[in-house]
Design a protein around this ligand. Structure first.
Ligand code: SAM
Ligand code: SF4
Length: 336
């Protein structure tokens, strides 16, 4: 007999933090090779080791039954996974799920914005680090700015509840574009978050300590042009938000180095291989794929494993700008 799930069940870790948000990576593959995320010759996980769409749906269902009310689908580039829209359409109606959102590089949005909206996706985060085509190509290595801009237009036309730009800011690469990026977002009624680069995986492109450009520096640059009003608004993420008096736009700062956000951590991640990561900046993990493949379709076994994992969720990350990163997995393999 299937045990009845209490509608009030919650995932709570050893530090009393409620985990109500999961980020599920549907692939570690991507059509871009962003310099801070992966290397040009990255070896991807063999397909047989990646969770199937059915397994991904089971994972999402288990988390939602355990009280998770926000699911973010990410990657790698989630929109290069075949039939990802079908998966989203199955996750969206899960009872108890309040928000189904995705993070994308925007390259596929001209063809997928409308299907995503129809599948039940409410919000999309689109990564955009530069509005200069040559710089954009330099940062993404294989990306083309005009395709992403067309994708953003398609998403705006499709009428999502909200669209947000994510920009990783690197000194001497794009730090002088922060005002331009805010104006771009404001003109389109989009919010924007600036992200400090995190030391995930070895990268050969630049020295992360040298490229570090802090949220406080970005804020100071913006304050020369805009009036930033702190808000207490929370979007369920680590962003600290400001409203700009001159626009309707909110600007967020994700500052893993300068303003550690672990105390209020409410999330876990599942990699494309089904590894449940309890912390972005630590290696603690649990192999959900092993449970899924040992007991296919056994939702209760999966839920029990997820419940137990709360015992090893670490207090927080310990990112330092050292030459060797402490975490060897790259962001594309993490589910950013
Ligand atoms: N491919 C999609 C995209 O780029 O939006 C989704 C996955 S990507 C890993 C998610 C987010 O992580 C992107 O906004 C990207 O800029 C960010 N990211 C990747 N590597 C990062 C790093 N080392 N530090 C901080 N942010 C990073
Ligand atoms: Fe791909 Fe996103 Fe990583 Fe860039 S940040 S390489 S778009 S997964």
């Amino acid at each position: 007999m299937t045990p009845v799930t209490s509608p009030t069940e919650q995932l709570i870790d050893r530090f009393g933090r409620v985990v109500d948000y999961v980020r599920i990576s549907v692939t570690d593959r991507c059509d871009f090779r962003c310099v801070y995320c992966m290397e040009p010759d990255t070896q991807f996980v063999p397909r047989a080791q990646v969770l199937t769409l059915e397994e991904l749906e089971t994972v999402a269902r288990a988390f939602v039954e355990l009280g998770v009310h926000k699911v973010r689908i990410t990657g790698g580039e989630p929109l290069v996974r075949r039939n990802v829209v079908g998966l989203l359409a199955k996750i969206a109606p899960l009872p108890g799920l309040r928000e189904l959102v995705i993070t994308t590089n925007g390259s596929q949005l001209t063809k997928l914005a409308v299907p995503l909206k129809e599948a039940g996706v409410k919000r999309i985060n689109i990564s955009l680090d530069s509005l200069d085509p040559a710089r954009f190509a330099r940062i993404t290595r294989t990306g083309e700015l005009h395709l992403v801009l067309a994708g953003i237009d398609a998403a705006l036309a499709a009428g999502f509840q909200s669209l947000k730009i994510n920009a990783v800011i690197l000194k001497h690469r794009n730090h002088d574009e922060v005002v331009t990026l805010v104006r771009f977002a404001a003109e389109r009624g989009m919010d924007l978050s600036f992200i400090e680069e995190m030391p995930l995986g070895v990268i050969g492109d630049h020295d992360r300590a040298e490229a570090y450009y802090s949220s406080d520096q970005i804020k100071a640059d913006l304050e020369k042009v805009f009036t930033l009003i702190p808000t207490t608004e929370q979007t369920g993420g680590p962003s600290k938000y400001y409203r700009l008096r001159e626009t309707n736009t909110r600007v967020g700062f994700i500052s893993p180095h300068s303003h550690n956000f672990c105390e209020a951590c409410n999330r876990v991640r599942v990699t494309a291989e089904g590894r449940l990561l309890l912390c972005l900046g630590q290696e603690h993990s649990v192999d959900l794929r092993a449970v899924l493949r040992r007991q296919p379709g056994d939702l209760e076994a999966l839920k029990a494993t997820i419940r137990e994992s709360m015992e090893i969720k670490p207090r927080g990350h310990d990112f330092r700008l050292t030459a060797q990163p402490m975490i060897f997995r790259h962001m594309n393999a993490t589910g950013g």
